[in-house]
Design a protein around this ligand. Structure first.
Ligand code: UT7
Length: 348
């Protein structure tokens, strides 16, 4: 059997500051009932003024190191999925390399918006199975609060900040990844974009160099149309039925989207892990955050089969079916009693 990849650790981080629906009511014309009914979100976490994506990534990696008692000094590639890097250059991956002093590693940020973590996992699996790399940190992190317009009630209610990470390593045994399906539709770019060097896309002039713009209805339509087709493709590729999936972990954009995906695919809500209720839509971090939370709570167990699916700006989408081969981490019993996530955050 050739080289395969397996997941050997998971960690996550959320900032301390909570932005609850009640506080949003004082900022824009909205109310808790509307937000909960339309999105399922009650709270989201907001990074501190001087807390950026790289800081959250490092906290998530520290969480992984602590839980699994592993070293990252021999990592040979760092991949970070984000559309809110601290700088355009150096990459967030470089900032992580510098922080830990990792001596011999490649570093790369990639951007597929909210589908970014899935893309990064797919790239990591490709690098390992091709024999190019042996041990890869795969991070998904976004500080969307830094680019959110807090006068726009249709978008500011959605987003929260977080980071999630997995460690992927080469194995000669059975690999984690069973099936994958990825794609994009660039014509959807105008419905969800972040300004950068160019500040306009739809003819509307925007101020500032980094604002998040979205047409929520179109994003909604895209998600409920595209993801079920992708899920069916994945199941076909893996030659398995929905009943053989132990956990469905879609991008936690909006609870209504997730409920619609479950209805259309036959994947049950009781077997679905989400994180939007208390963390909002955490963009590239949402899938590893939900998974990390599920592992810490003892829901996801060694031998489970997971279906992960991300979607977002671009439009981009991508999913994988993976075998969860990770044994309980050494401190699982202890961490389960502590507030899940964010407990190692600075200043908490
Ligand atoms: O990672 C991907 C990122 N993006 C997404 O996942 C976004 C996906 N889309 C959505 O989550 C939903 O489209 C939203 C939550 C953004 C909006 O929900 P909706 O059910 O699609 O509402 P809508 O845009 O159709 O608006 C319905 C009404 C409108 O009022 P009128 O025109 O009917 O009088 C909006 O002005 O709700 C109004 N509205 C609000 N009311 C109270 C929009 N935002 C709010 C708000 N509070 N925050």
């Amino acid at each position: 059997m050739g080289s395969k990849s397996r997941i050997t650790g998971i960690g996550s981080y959320v900032p301390c500051k909570i932005l609850a629906n009640a506080e949003l009511e004082t900022m824009v014309d909205t109310n808790d009932e509307w937000i909960v009914q339309r999105t399922g979100i009650r709270e989201r976490r907001i990074a501190a003024k001087e807390e950026f994506t790289s800081h959250m990534c490092i906290n998530a990696i520290d969480n992984l190191i602590h839980k699994y008692d592993v070293s990252v000094l021999d990592v040979d590639m760092i991949l970070v999925a984000t559309y809110t890097p601290d700088f355009h250059a150096p990459s967030v991956a470089c900032l992580i390399q510098q922080h830990y002093g990792i001596p011999a590693t490649g570093t790369l940020d990639l951007n597929a918006a909210c589908a970014g973590f899935m893309y990064a996992m797919n790239v990591a699996d490709g690098l390992i199975t091709s024999g190019l790399n042996r041990k890869i940190l795969v991070v998904g992190a976004d500080t969307a609060s830094k680019i959110t317009d807090y006068t726009d009630r249709s978008s500011c209610i959605l987003f929260g900040d977080a980071a999630g990470v997995i460690l992927m390593e080469r194995t000669e045994e059975a690999g984690a990844c069973i099936a994958r399906h990825f794609g994009a539709d660039g014509s959807g770019g105008i419905h969800l974009y972040r300004t950068g060097l160019r500040s306009e896309m739809t003819g509307k002039k925007l101020t500032g160099g980094g604002m998040l713009m979205q047409n929520g209805r179109e994003v909604y339509r895209f998600a409920v149309g595209t993801v079920p087709i992708g899920v069916r493709k994945l199941l076909n590729l893996a030659q398995c039925g929905v009943q053989e999936i132990d956990w469905f972990i879609p991008h936690s954009a909006n609870l209504r989207i997730v409920e619609s995906l479950c209805k259309k695919t036959g994947l049950p809500m009781e077997k679905t892990l989400t994180s939007m209720e208390y963390y909002g839509n955490t963009s590239a971090a949402s899938i590893p955050l939900s998974l990390s939370k599920g592992v810490e709570a003892g829901q996801v167990k060694e031998g489970d089969r997971l279906l992960l699916f991300g979607f977002g700006g671009g439009f981009t989408y991508g999913g994988m079916i993976v075998n969860w081969t990770l044994r309980c981490c050494r401190s699982n019993r202890r961490t389960a009693r502590l507030p899940i996530l964010g407990r190692r955050s600075r200043g908490c």
